[in-house]
Write a protein of this length. Structure first.
Length: 101
């Protein structure tokens, strides 16, 4: 983060909106759409891997320099229950975007 001179970041996915499992093809289409949004930021691709082995890893983006509100808007657009947000030298936080059903 210091190398890129940013002090905040977010980890966001477009996969499986509202925890509804979609096909890989649909998830990949959604992820491509997500990758088009944060064009003004440095992004790194990754995978969100949970503890449940039945749940497939979800392709995700680490977006450097994105303000919290903008990251939250993107997460909501892709119907995610939460995103992970952080600031340099602080603990990351899980931000709920919708009430879990």
């Amino acid at each position: 983060m210091r190398k890129h001179q940013v002090n905040e970041w977010a980890y966001i996915t477009a996969w499986n909106p509202f925890a509804k499992v979609l096909s890989d093809e649909e998830n990949d289409r959604r992820q491509l759409e997500l990758k088009e949004l944060p064009k003004d930021f440095i992004c790194f691709e990754g995978e969100g891997v949970g503890t449940d082995p039945a749940w497939k890893p979800e392709r995700s983006l680490l977006v450097l320099g994105i303000p919290k509100n903008e990251a939250m808007q993107i997460g909501k657009k892709f119907e995610q229950y939460a995103i992970v947000y952080g600031r340099i030298d602080e603990a990351a936080e899980l931000i709920a975007l919708f009430e879990f059903k």
